[in-house]
Ligand binder design. Structure first.
Ligand SMILES: [Mg+2]
Length: 282
């Protein structure tokens, strides 16, 4: 009986010792990560469509070569409204595997080395869905319409009167028509008035992103700043102007400080601007 008590005590002591060692290892690991993140001088965030790739198209070979070299030298993240499926279609696998992280669906999901780190979602009101149906039904766009016009993504809705399953020519045609007729702008204004709890943002070439306040790209600014409290954060995007889908992130970063925003026109311009920027910093 006494022997039994002793061996139980011995077992308990062993468990306590093992726990102490494991805790110590975790603490060492955590402090090493803290040091690592505070030592990184500059964190680069890139929008995807229109910044790293042509809108909804794969990254060009020339750009991929330049970008792979860039992410090897700089701690880099992608921040995009697209979901992970579309990102995989547009970004080459070597970049997807190598990059610091990918904030997908407006930052409502984070992927690192192909694995999900976190995910947050929301349920749209029926009144919102009804109104989107009405916009599609009553559009004055004279061309053909395509399926998949309300696309539910993690933490957001992407609405596209034309329909996302359209061929590229239709996308270009609608984009031109919308630039003259301002359909997306009109929808954006109306929805903003009706649904105060939502952010309505013109995104990409043909669609509108609908996101609950706080679920937009701006959340990435707070998350990245928390991970890298002392680093300079540089954000590169093609729609950083007011009303554009990079605007909220750009503004939040500037508000938090020690951040810079680089506005670009297209992927070619991204290479030019970043090379100039990095040369000036040397
Ligand atoms: Mg863009």
């Amino acid at each position: 009986m006494l022997k039994g008590k002793f061996s139980f005590l011995k077992f308990l002591m062993t468990v306590v010792m093992v726990l102490a060692i494991v805790t110590e290892i975790c603490e060492i690991k955590a402090s090493a990560e803290d040091i690592k993140s505070s030592e990184i001088e500059i964190i680069c965030l890139f929008d995807m469509d229109g910044t790293l790739t042509p809108s909804r198209q794969a990254m060009t070979e020339k750009f991929a070569k330049w970008f792979y070299d860039f992410i090897n030298k700089n701690e880099t993240y992608i921040v995009t409204g697209s979901d992970i499926g579309k990102i995989k279609d547009q970004i080459p696998e070597n970049i997807y595997e190598k990059i610091g992280g990918i904030y997908a669906s407006m930052g409502n999901e984070l992927y690192k080395k192909g694995k999900i780190v976190y995910r947050r979602d929301f349920k749209p009101k029926k009144s919102l869905l009804k109104r989107l149906e009405a916009y599609r039904k009553n559009t004055k766009y004279p061309g053909q319409l395509y399926p998949n016009y309300i696309e539910k993504r993690c933490g957001m809705i992407n609405f596209c009167v034309l329909g996302r399953d359209c061929p590229n020519e239709a996308r270009v045609e609608y984009g031109k028509w919308d630039a003259v007729n301002g359909e997306r702008l009109e929808i954006q204004k109306e929805l903003t008035k009706l649904f105060k709890e939502l952010d309505i943002v013109i995104g990409g070439a043909i669609s509108i992103d609908i996101v609950p306040k706080g679920f937009g790209k701006e959340q990435v600014a707070d998350r990245v700043r928390k991970t890298y409290p002392k680093s300079l954060i540089v954000f590169v995007g093609d729609r950083t102007e007011e009303g554009g889908n990079d605007y909220s992130l750009a503004q939040r970063l500037l508000q938090l400080g020690n951040s810079e925003v680089i506005a670009v026109k297209d992927p070619e311009d991204t290479i030019k601007c970043l090379e100039n920027y990095m040369t000036k910093r040397k």
